[in-house]
Design a protein around this ligand. Structure first.
Ligand SMILES: Nc1ncnc2c1ncn2[C@@H]1O[C@H](COP(=O)(O)OP(=O)(O)OP(=O)(O)O)[C@@H](O)[C@H]1O
Length: 681
């Protein structure tokens, strides 16, 4: 696949994407997480790239949303879906859903969304989703206690390339190897020629090391799991809570992760912990052991009456002997006990095993001395032994753990992806529940048959800022061109919003907020919201021009227009709207024009345009009671007409109830209201 052929992908982005394992697969499936794993590509950008790839896949020219208001409706319904996601990933992934005029795309998403609607948005699953995020690449791994060694310059270059995590050293001979062994806990010699060479320290001859990097640097695969430990655990939790089919064995993965510390070291091994603590605490424990011995000895000396004969003292002084000799002669037992106490302390404080204890005992010699002091050489040997034992054990455990986890890397990726995808599905499921949605029937347009238009039963506009229970369900059906009349605040704009939302969601392949919906597969949606106030000449001209374009094509278009009359004075508006409707009708477009001038427009129009009406069924306590579903072929009475009618009714009632004399004035009032009412006929 030529990545640059995707809309929105230039040379630089294509280069970033080519770093991925399977860029084509990621693009084909709209896998935002995989695309965002490419260098310098954010999730938002990944979503745009995925959308471009999907459009290319379906040969979709785009541009379904033809006006600002249409785009606004899309952003609003998408926002409602995004509000119902838990993860940022799912919110971005939803951006790949867009209204399309391509059947294959609509059906593809419909299949996905139908399954999604079956999902149960369990609170435990939503809670678990909080911790899931796309996996991250581990940072650079650097191992300092182990090195590779070779005598060959070419092999040196190869080693640096294959295993950049380890230092690579060039040596001349076994002597060089021995020197390295003093500086590193483990030396891995790459040359066959070193086989059989014995040098002190942990030196392993492994000519195949470069072919098995996982054995040589288990840190490499552990770093991936360590970096993503919490995300993987959260993904495991999501699978458990949602009872999802897991991509790998959850027990094995959880067990592996429980043995891994956040910094990539092995956790939970008592012996390794003991060795690590012993190596770390060695100096401090030796210092304390010295104090133990000296406190002991000081106490003993203080309490001792040392009796020494004058001749002995003389000979000691003449020989220049110090207190050591005195100690050995007079306090040998106490000295031995003090040294023993120091040794015991060191062995116990560091929990040393018998072999290590043997070395530890040598840290304090039997030589009489006060104060008792450590033997640095012996201490050095103990330190080397503890560090080497620690490294050996850590290395073995890392290799074992890396081997256990290595096979699960691909599955672990899938595990996280499935958890994130579940969030996308649950957002759709929640949206569908919250707005009582159904999957619409989207009918492919057929030039030879009658226009299908749209038919919505029990629709509730998701754009109304009311709880679902407070929204009256609306039935509305239009094929061809219609005018929508109705009382002020009757719900005309909300009806257009409902139609636009249903059409946009249906073309996204998603369920729509209605009991039932059947609609034509439209090419595009032109929705013009209400214009605020009269337009100046320039803006008026631009608006008329816009409709001129539409009137020339438009056979597959849905055109929704709200009170276009406000753009100029009423008489002229009616003429212009009538002309636009004629053109749209001739072209076979589907259109709904909301207007307070429906009657006037019909008179001007050169064809029998349908007028639907949102009727007030009456006035209750001064408030209009409205039937929100437009009545077909019915010019709704206006609010002023209803009010005059109400006044006429009221005054008739009063006249009937009053005496003859008093009613003269009231009779005149009835006549006045009737005169006004006649004007509405
Ligand atoms: N189906 C509905 N169920 C409940 N309330 C509704 C419904 N439709 C509209 N409303 C309420 O009526 C108000 C007015 O609706 P809307 O703006 O759609 O009326 P309109 O007929 O376009 O008004 P105008 O004639 O002033 O342009 C809305 O804000 C909403 O509160």
């Amino acid at each position: 696949m030529d990545l640059e052929s995707i809309p929105g992908v230039g040379e630089k982005t294509a280069r970033s994407l080519s770093v991925l394992d399977d860029p084509e697969g990621a693009l084909r499936t709209g896998d935002v997480a995989a695309i965002a794993a490419a260098p310098d590509i954010s999730q938002g950008r990944a979503a745009r790239i995925a959308r471009g790839a999907i459009r290319r896949e379906h040969d979709d020219p785009g541009g379904f949303l033809a006006t600002d208001r249409a785009r606004e409706v899309y952003r609003n319904v998408l926002g409602l879906l995004q509000e119902r996601t838990v993860t940022e990933y799912a919110a971005q992934r939803l951006e790949t859903l867009y209204p399309s005029a391509r059947r294959s795309r609509i059906e593809e998403v419909q299949a996905f969304a139908s399954e999604a609607m079956e999902r149960e948005p369990d609170p435990a699953v939503l809670e678990a989703l909080c911790g899931v995020e796309p996996l991250q690449q581990p940072g650079d791994v650097r191992v300092r206690e182990r090195c590779l060694a070779t005598t060959d310059a070419e092999r040196y270059a190869e080693a640096r390339e294959a295993i950049p995590e380890l230092p690579v050293e060039v040596v001349e001979d076994a002597q060089g190897l021995a020197e390295l062994a003093r500086g590193y806990a483990t030396v891995i010699a790459l040359d066959e020629s070193f086989a059989g060479v014995t040098v002190e320290g942990d030196v392993q001859v492994e000519p195949d090391a470069l072919e098995n990097p996982a054995d040589v640097v288990p840190e490499r695969s552990l770093a991936f799991f360590a970096r993503n430990r919490d995300r993987l655990r959260a993904a495991v939790e999501v699978h458990r809570a949602a009872d999802l089919e897991p991509a790998c064995d959850l027990e094995t993965l959880t067990d592996g992760l429980s043995r891994l510390a956040e910094d990539g070291t092995v956790a939970g091994d008592d012996e390794l912990d003991r060795l690590t603590t012993a190596a770390n605490d060695l100096d401090a424990a030796t210092g304390t052991a010295e104090s133990v011995a000296n406190d002991h000895l000081r106490e003993a000396i203080r309490e001792q009456d040392v009796t020494i004969e004058g001749s002995d003292l003389l000979s000691l002084v003449e020989r220049g002997a110090g207190v050591d000799s005195l100690l050995s002669r007079e306090l040998a037992d106490e000295h031995a006990a003090a040294v023993e106490a120091a040794r015991e302390h060191l062995i116990e404080a560091l929990s040393l095993d018998p072999g290590e204890a043997e070395l530890a005992r040598r840290v304090f010699t039997d030589e009489p001395a006060f104060p008792v002091e450590r033997d640095e050489d012996a201490l050095g040997r103990l330190r080397t032994e503890l560090t080497a034992a620690k490294e050996r054990r850590a290395g073995r455990l890392k290799r074992e753990l890396a081997a256990d986890l290595a096979d699960q890397r691909t599955d672990a990726r899938e595990l996280v992806r499935d958890a994130l995808e579940l969030d996308v599905e649950l957002a759709i499921a929640r949206f569908a529940r919250d707005f009582s949605c159904t999957m619409p029937t989207v009918v492919e347009a057929d030039a030879r048959s009658e226009p299908v238009g749209f038919a919505i039963d029990g629709g509730r506009s998701p754009l109304l800022d009311e709880p679902l229970e407070a929204i009256d369900p609306v039935d509305y059906e239009v094929s061809g061109v219609a005018l929508l009349s109705g009382v002020n605040s009757g719900g005309k704009t909300s009806t257009l919003d409902l139609v636009a939302s249903v059409v946009v969601l249906a073309h996204m392949g998603l369920p729509v907020p209605a009991e039932n919906a059947r609609l034509q597969q439209f090419d595009d949606l032109h929705y013009h919201g209400k214009t605020q106030g009269t337009l100046d000449a320039g803006a008026f001209e631009a608006t008329v021009r816009e409709f001129a374009d539409l009137a020339q094509g438009g056979e597959g278009s849905l055109v929704l227009v709200d009170e276009l009359e406000s753009i100029t004075e009423p008489g002229a508006s009616a003429k212009i709207i009538a002309g636009i409707l004629e053109a749209l009708s001739e072209n076979g477009a589907t259109a709904v024009f909301v207007s307070h001038l429906a009657g006037e427009i019909r008179e001007m129009a050169g064809f029998d345009v349908t007028i639907d009406g949102i009727e007030a069924v009456g006035l209750v306590d001064g408030e209009l009671e409205v039937n929100r579903s437009p009545v077909k072929d019915h010019l709704a009475r206006s609010t002023p007409e209803l009010i005059v009618e109400k006044l006429a009714d009221e005054s008739r009632g009063t006249t009937a109830a009053s005496s003859r004399n008093e009613s003269r004035n009231e009779g005149a009032e009835v006549g006045f209201y009737d005169r006004l009412l006649e004007k509405f006929d």
